[in-house]
Design a protein around this ligand. Sequence first.
Ligand code: PHE
Length: 497
Amino acid sequence: MTEHRDRWPSKTIFIFAAIGSAVGLGNIWRFPYYAGKYGGGAFLLPYLILLFLFGIPLLILEFSLGQKMQQGAVGAMRRVRRSFSGIGLGAISCSFLVACYYAVVMAWSLLYCLYSINISWGDDPKAFFFDYVLRASDSPDQMWMIPTPILMALVICWICVYFCIWKGVRSVSAVVTVTMPLPIILLIILLIRSITLPGAMDGLLYYIRPDFEALLSTEVWMAALTQIFFSLSLGIGVMIAYGSYEKKTSDIVKSAYIIGISDAAIAILSGLVVFCTLGYMANQSGEDLATLAATGPSLAFIVFPKALSLIPGAAFFSFFFFLTLLLLGIDSLFSLVEAISTTLHDQWGFIRKEDLTLYVCTFGFLGSLIFATTAGIYFLDITDHFVTIYGIVGVSLLQCLAIGWGYSAESLREWINHVSKWKLSRGWSFAICFFAPVCLILLLFSALYRDIMVPYGNFPDWAVIVMGWAVIAAIIFLGLLFSFLATRKKSSNPFQL
Ligand code: PHE
């Protein structure tokens, strides 16, 4: 497989594709929401510190694994040591789950592009979203219906995803040249519009004014850490797969810095748009800015449509906003599918990549259906919480331990320095062996303690058990089984120069 592996046509396209994956819904609603909830400017500081101490070193780890091994997540971990294959399987299982619910959010964004044309949500975007768009049931117990518009939008999204990646790296390259820069241009247009609105400055000040007390809270640091993971698409096999399409001699360190910094810059830019718009909304409606900012996941589909509908030229800017969301999300979604089909193709090279991608999209579509039902929003909330914390963070922890302790971070560092112009110091190995594992273990245990003491959300127990704990237990079980089955043969030293 290695000799005939597809290649990114250029370094720029590789960087575009990786930024395309990193920049997504996480930047436009998760980041501003966290920034709003955890003290505005004070959130930015831990976020930036952890990005450099932790996010970028882990990104370098994933790129180098893919590039050195020339394999997707499972193959790369297996080449390090056979018993580590299960970690790769854990990563792509998380990819699959995230893809299933991410596609549903994409479907909502697509519908909202259409609803923007006549501002269908009118004066009550909340009722519109829950009652009209989602037909949301009162509890997860009633879920046996899928609203037709969501189903149709979902089919369209999955068909688009399939055609974005059906020719592998070649079609991805063509698509990301549009889907990466275009939303940034749209965001800049939205920023120019929002910053000139009355009240925008109040929003802006709220966003950038630091609240230093928040810096002392471990919760803020933990929130910044999970945000970095989700946003850099770490622990899910995507960056390993993308790295595997680079030539073995390609530079790694500089690309990782460009990608990490661009992702943070776009998150900060989205924050500016969101807070200026919310400032305007607070100014017009008299509502409290802090409350508006902290509405969480509903920010993009309830608060924002409301805010946009107040702006002169509402239909035009709402359409732009949802188009931006759609374009930002689509390359994140297909990167998840690409992570899975790359791994499958590495294992079963005799099956055409197009066919594998078709199977993954079909299963992805079927998996999405549960999140598209009338109870889908509840399931989405639960699965997102469990997969991002225990799945993604757990896989990243295991990756660090596997390379740092189960193999040797120093050997990998030497190899990275051998191919890269910017050299890594021993600090990188320290981050992989000590700093990252300690932070991740703390994060996992504090989350576990919280989830055991106070069950997540206001959901019936069965829903949290089935859509949360059971999903994580299944991933752990599959990973362990896979590692066990793979430990029959011995592996050679993969990091030799
Ligand atoms: N990074 C994407 C975002 O910020 C989400 C994502 C996570 C995409 C994991 C791929 C893999 O929205």
